[in-house]
Write a protein that binds this ligand. Structure first.
Ligand SMILES: C[S@@+](CC[C@H](N)C(=O)[O-])C[C@H]1O[C@@H](n2cnc3c(N)ncnc32)[C@H](O)[C@@H]1O
Length: 482
């Protein structure tokens, strides 16, 4: 690495579990093999281990700004929770976090006070209880009694309060709560902040009838996609090896049915990597865009953690090109280095706005963005993002795109990409930047470069959608320097 910046849902399983007499016993603390960690907290023996782990996970997410996908696997391993219990804990944790804002609305109504006025441990326990009562097939008595057990452990003074609130919540089903608290309120029904719903509606333009499908897709966990690195393994071979299926669009995509992708030898051995098919499509579109003249110098200006750099690097290796990959965050630059091992990619840790090696043939700006197009992947993300995150990001996006265009030779091509469909991060960013270049930029139609994809917008830009394409909501603009 060069360090000078070049100074350059519902869970059927959970339902099955809860209606299984064995698990009802477990709910009361009678579980055997996967029993609680007795050294931890003498009180904790009252709480069954999957629920205890789910509570720990959501508390860490809220208290420490943690990420569920990092926190939960550690807790499951630490408490030796596997198999169906792990699936139950995962559904409970992810579902509770994903629907957090809507659960809070119901809790506030049942408690007759704002959730901010409930102490954090009790609040998190109530969220878990409300999720079980309203969104899982856990019998009401089990949801209430296990949550009260949890409160007894983490906030003994709030047992009576929690019991009363949970019983009130359990008196209505989810639909009845919706009818009472916000009939027609899509933000409440699909558990998205209202500003995100408005942003999606704006981005869908004249297809607003799809808004509910999009919001529902965000509440469905994203499947794992692998990218078969060109020159190392084909998608068909990878699908055979992993038991997956070849993706519908890209030449390199394999969709996995389930399981940990890192377990597959192809991923361990660097023949493939985990990457949403939409991300593969936009990177491949840049590599495949027709270009006059030389085609040896490729640049990835925002490279961390390195998924697209790895695909570009694999294609560059086959085509006699080389890739420079720039990443401002040192730890993410190290991830890029790891991702591109053995490929013709040089990693630079520095700011893409200061990078000063000109005359690239193909340049990718996969800009830092709100990530609103990938909400399926991070259950807590939608509640963490705020509208005031936008101004600094949109400024940075425009600056990085300007820098990319400056670094591109005449005739060269820039791909501007975001994993957000917010129009301020997508078409407005591109249109405003092009205006500054005073006729020196040609807009290319990005859609034909994603060959098998239909319905990616009116052009020239392409917009993918989870509900239409089963990918993250990737945006792609292709620009040619003239
Ligand atoms: C959307 S991510 C890129 C994802 C990456 N292309 C991939 O496929 O793995 C944006 C990245 O840009 C980095 N970044 C933010 N500001 C930057 C800057 N001024 N210069 C270079 N990289 C920057 C972020 O740290 C982040 O890793």
């Amino acid at each position: 690495m060069t360090g000078d910046g070049h100074s350059r849902p519902r869970g059927d399983r959970a339902g099955g579990r809860a209606s299984d007499p064995r698990s009802r016993g477990a709910s009361n603390g009678n579980r055997g093999a996967a029993g609680p960690d007795r050294s931890r907290d003498r009180q904790q023996h009252r709480v069954d281990p999957p629920r205890w782990v789910a509570f720990q996970a959501i508390s860490a997410v809220h208290r420490d700004d943690g990420y569920a996908n990092l926190v939960l696997p550690k807790l499951l391993a630490e408490h030796r929770i596997r198999g169906l219990d792990a699936a139950f804990a995962t559904e409970l944790t992810y579902g509770t976090l994903r629907l957090g804002g809507s659960l809070d609305t119901v809790i506030a109504a049942a408690a007759d006070r704002a959730v901010e006025r409930i102490d954090p441990p009790t609040r998190d326990a109530l969220r878990l209880g409300a999720y079980q009562l309203l969104h899982m097939r856990v019998p009401a008595h089990a949801a209430v009694s296990t949550t009260v057990d949890l409160v007894r452990t983490v906030a003994p003074g709030a047992i009576g309060f929690a019991n009363a609130v949970l019983r009130r919540i359990g008196q209505r089903d989810w639909q009845t709560w919706l009818d009472e608290l916000g009939p027609g309120d899509l933000a409440l029904r699909y558990a998205h902040p209202p500003w995100v719903v408005r942003a999606f509606s704006d981005a869908l333009k004249d297809r607003k009838d799809e808004l509910e499908d999009l919001l529902a897709a965000d509440n469905t966990p994203a499947p794992v996609h692998l990218c078969a690195r060109p020159g190392r393994i084909t998608a068909r071979e990878l699908a055979e090896e992993t038991g997956g299926v070849v993706g519908p669009f890209g030449a390199y995509a394999v969709h996995l049915p389930d399981g940990a992708p890192g377990d597959h030898p192809a991923v361990r051995d660097g023949l493939a990597h985990v990457q949403d098919e939409g991300s593969q499509l936009v990177a491949a579109a840049l590599a495949d865009a027709p270009l006059d003249g030389t085609d040896r110098r490729w640049l990835d200006l925002c490279a961390g953690p390195g998924g697209k750099a790895a695909l570009l690097g694999s294609l560059a290796a086959l085509r006699g090109a080389e890739v420079a990959a720039v990443e401002v965050a040192p730890h993410r630059a190290r991830l890029v280095e790891h991702a591109v091992r053995g490929l013709p990619v040089e990693v630079y840790c520095g700011d893409g706005r200061d990078f000063d090696a000109p005359a690239y043939d193909r340049v990718l700006v996969d800009a830092p963005c709100t990530g609103l197009g990938a909400l399926r992947r991070r259950p807590e993300a939608r509640w963490r993002r705020q509208p005031n995150d936008l101004p600094p990001l949109t400024r940075l996006q425009r600056e990085l795109l300007r820098s990319a265009l400056d670094l591109t030779r005449p005739g060269g091509i820039v791909a501007y990409v975001t994993c957000s469909p917010h129009i301020n991060e997508t078409r407005m960013a591109v249109d405003e930047t092009i205006r500054r270049f005073d006729g020196r930029i040609e807009r290319l139609d990005a859609r034909p470069l994603m060959e098998n994809v239909t319905d990616s917008g009116d052009g020239p830009w392409a917009q993918l959608w989870p509900h239409r394409h089963g990918t993250d909501a990737m945006f792609l603009a292709l620009l040619k320097r003239v």
